[in-house]
Design a protein around this ligand. Structure first.
Ligand code: NDP
Length: 321
């Protein structure tokens, strides 16, 4: 399989590439060819990462190509991990951030459209991930919109870890947890359908509302405060989990969370890339339907999807869709 990683010389790239090459993402039977896309000024650093990948002598790693040309990087790609993006600088307005990222994700969408394999699956990690996925998809008319996804798996994994810590249940015993909406502080981590050992459980509402939800939603900032730089290994691990489950399937009786294009499920406006509870079989995400949404959840989902709709309106106004 050909795997393209953008922003390959960055922090997340450094944590991600070794996991892919080891077989953690696609399993121990699938050889991988890596295509690393970087900005011209970061090509040398990417060469250094490739040298280290060589030095690991991973049995599954076929070859590595490094380029600053998107057409070459996405040529024949089966999986594209769009990690490189323009981070928010101090004093930057939202329109400037969206427009800077539009300049990255619109041409990458076109390059995927024109060069990737017919079965290409795209995961956007670079923020604002949901709207960047929307922009890339809009510029890839020949690729089904459902193949462009945004990462909320790190939020999902953070929620699993928090619930495990609070209840003492191992993460492996927890199922049916959901992240709804945008990968931003408005996201809604939802425990209302969660199970422990396959059973519903009682949990203190005060803890959910005052501790669990804000802790999950602001975990990224807490990690920057503690580590002095942003989460990278956990973001890479979540990207590996997302693609693993997309290609190889989700466990029976469980689901995960991913930003996928809405066709109006749960009142989320059609066309937005929003996080939903999803299962995967046969290499396709399916939104879990029919869940009961209480008043509290409804308000949270609506607030986060309203933010996504605003981002969409802003990029439309900038001519990026
Ligand atoms: P990181 O590798 O740390 O992060 C990459 C992107 O992932 C950031 O935009 C970041 O957004 C986002 N991200 C999403 N979820 C998380 C998370 N949970 N924790 C942290 N980050 C998250 O950034 P670096 O600056 O180290 O590296 C970026 C690389 O991308 C550079 O080497 C640069 O040259 C390259 N680049 C490549 C492009 C291309 O190939 N065309 C275009 C632009 C950049 P946020 O910071 O908002 O959290």
């Amino acid at each position: 399989m050909i795997i393209t990683v953008t922003g390959a010389a960055g922090q997340i790239g450094y944590a991600l590439l070794f996991r892919i090459a080891s077989g953690a993402m696609l399993g121990p039977e699938v050889p991988v060819s890596l295509r690393l896309l970087e900005l011209p000024q970061a090509l040398e650093a990417a060469e250094g990462v490739a040298m280290e990948l060589d030095d690991c002598a991973f049995p599954l790693l076929r070859d590595i190509e490094i380029t600053d040309d998107a057409a070459a990087a996405f040529d024949g790609a089966n999986v594209a991990l769009l990690v490189g993006s323009r981070p928010r600088a101090a004093g930057m307005e939202r329109a400037d951030l969206l427009s800077a990222n539009g300049a990255i994700f619109a041409p990458q969408g076109r390059a995927i459209n024109d060069n990737a394999a017919d079965d290409v699956r795209v995961l956007v990690v670079g923020n604002p991930a949901n709207t960047n996925a929307l922009i890339a998809s809009a510029h890839a008319p020949d690729v089904p919109a459902e193949r462009f996804t945004a990462m909320t798996r790190l939020d999902h994994n953070r929620a699993l870890a928090q619930l495990s810590g609070a209840t003492g249940a191992p993460v492996s015993a927890i199922s049916r947890l959901t992240i709804w909406g945008n990968h931003s502080s408005t996201q809604y981590p939802d425990l209302s359908h969660a199970r422990i050992e396959g059973e519903p459980f009682e949990i203190d509402r005060g803890w959910v509302e005052q501790d669990f939800i804000p802790t999950v939603a602001t975990r990224g900032a807490a990690i920057i405060a503690a580590r002095g730089s942003s989460s990278a290994a956990s973001a890479a691990s979540a990207a590996v989990d997302h693609v693993h489950d997309w290609v190889l399937g989700t466990p029976v009786d469980d689901w995960t969370s991913a930003g996928v294009v809405s066709t109006g499920e749960y009142g989320v406006p059609a066309g937005l890339v929003s996080s939903f509870p999803v299962t995967s079989t046969g290499g396709r995400w399916t939104i879990v339907e029919g869940l009961e949404i209480d008043e509290f959840s409804r308000a949270r989902i609506d607030a986060s999807t309203a933010e996504l709709a605003e981002e969409r309106a802003a990029v439309e106004a900038l001519g990026l869709l």
